[in-house]
Structures are given as C-alpha cells and as structure tokens.
Design a protein around this ligand. Structure first.
Ligand SMILES: O=C(O)CCC(=O)C(=O)O
Length: 272
C-alpha cells in the first residue's frame, strides 16, 4: 500500500522513505499551492508562448518511445509553446509535452518553482522537467535511475508503481532495460502470466500533491484530465547512477543517434 502523508518533515522523509527506498505521496503540499494557482495555460502563453518546444504525438496517446510495448511511432513536432497548449487543450489527437527541461527551455518561469524542504543542498543530479498533456496520455511502464519527485501542478494523473524486486515478473525489454514490455492499459496474462505475482500500488495525484519515487521503482502513468506536472530528478550523492546519467548525456552529445525518420525533429506540420 502506498504511504500517504499530509505533513512530512525532512527528517522523517529521510528516515522513513529516502533511506529505505520507499515511495510516498504528500497530499496538498503548501509549497505547491501558489504554483498551482499561477501556472495556468494563459500564464505559460504570456510568459513563454513564443518559446519553441518539441511536442510528442501519438494517435492513441500511448507514449512508448522505445517501442517496448506497442509497435507504434511517437512523432515529435517543433512548435511555439502557445500552439502546443492550444493543441493539447483542443484534444486534436493526443499531444503530450513531455520532459521539457524548465531550467534550459523556460528560464523566465523557472523561479516560480518552490524549493522543496525534502531535497538536501547536495545535488549531483538535479533536473526539473515540465509535462503537459490531456486525458488519455500514457507513459508506459519504466523506471528511472535516480530519485524522482513528481509535483502535480494541475489536473489528475494515476500512477501504478512496482518495487524493483518485481523486475523479474515485469518482462524487461532486453534491449532497453529500464522499460517493460507489458501493456498495463491492456494486460495480456497469456503472454505475461508472471504479472500475477507482482505487488502494484496505484495512486491518483491531484493538484498540489507530490509523489516521491525512489530510484528503480517502476511506474506507469495515465493522465485522467488535462494536467500539468513537474518532475525533479535528484541524487544527493555521487553514485554509479550519476555516472550512468552523465555518461548517457555525454554519449548523446558525442555520438548523436541516427533516429528513425518518424523520430527526427521536424518543423511544424499539419500532421495529425
Ligand atoms: O507523468 C508522466 O507521464 C511520466 C512521468 C515520469 O515517467 C517520470 O517522471 O519519470
């Protein structure tokens, strides 16, 4: 069962969750109230509407970038943020603004983000990403190598979490080992019978809630309505996970991957 707190001191967070690698939800975080009030689509449009962003599109709203689950392309389109917001709000197909670095791409609004009391001052990895999507956007089952705080700024999202020990029942994609081949939207127990042995935890976040996911906890995410989230990847210590992330970044810079045509960055099109 997911632990839910309404108040959590940094000390309790450290002892009861971070150290023992247990996820937790903190409901109605006071530090998020002002952000939820301020970060409305109209605010983004006036503060950063002309900023060019990459928006992902998938017909079914299923954002399986690695094609671990469904053999369907996710296309990426460049467009000004205000256009992305209009498309997302209009529900023209499924568009999802995913994992946009706030510090790099939206410097004018980065200072709106509150300092969270649970993050120490030591931050070997500290990346803050914006997510804006509509009902039905799915991020399929995967894990991250570092600590992850998901702040729900507006709207609702459901998370299904599995502990790292369940990896042996989750049909890990042998080519992309932080992703699973299981489709939790349409589970197929004939193909994936070991799913019955797992211990999932499901939780719906609402505006102002925060979810802490320790490194290597699997998560599948479903947007229930138009919503805005921020995720913070964080690692307070230098570790193999940091090296892994630093190496991944360096490798991308040194040897940019040859992407299949549908994943190449394109200029705005009328593609649906
Ligand atoms: O909110 C989502 O759709 C996915 C978030 C996620 O996977 C993450 O923060 O690692």
């Amino acid at each position: 069962m997911m632990n839910i707190e309404t108040q959590l001191s940094p000390r309790d967070f450290l002892i009861r969750y971070q150290k023992v690698k247990r996820p937790v939800v903190v409901r109605a975080v006071p530090e998020l109230a002002a952000l939820s009030e301020k970060w409305q689509p109209a605010y983004f449009a006036t503060q950063a509407g002309d900023t060019e962003v990459m928006v992902n599109y998938n017909r079914d709203g299923f954002y399986d970038h690695m094609r671990s689950v469904r053999n369907e392309a996710v296309t990426r389109q460049a467009m000004p943020l205000h256009e992305a917001l209009t498309k997302i709000e209009a529900g023209e197909g499924s568009y999802y603004l995913q994992q946009l670095s706030i510090d790099k791409s939206l410097p004018r609004i980065k200072n709106d983000l509150p300092e969270l009391p649970w993050l120490g001052f030591r931050r070997y990895v500290y990346i803050r990403n914006l997510w804006i999507g509509a009902a039905g956007c799915i991020t399929p089952l995967h894990f991250d190598h570092v600590h992850n705080f998901l702040l729900q700024v507006s709207g609702k999202k459901t998370f299904v979490l599995y502990p790292p020990q369940d990896s042996r029942y989750l049909y890990v994609n042998p080519k992309v080992r932080h992703t699973s081949m299981v489709d939790l939207e349409q589970p197929d127990l004939d193909r994936h019978p070991l799913l019955l042995r797992t211990s999932p935890m499901e939780i719906t976040l609402e505006a102002g809630d925060l979810l802490y996911m320790p490194p290597r906890w699997w998560h599948h995410v479903r947007s229930l309505e138009t919503n805005i989230s921020v995720n913070i990847w964080w690692n307070p210590r230098f570790s193999a996970a940091n090296l892994h992330i630093l190496w991944k970044g360096l490798k991308l810079k040194l040897f940019p991957p040859k992407l299949p045509p549908e994943l190449r960055e394109t200029k705005p099109t009328n593609a649906t």
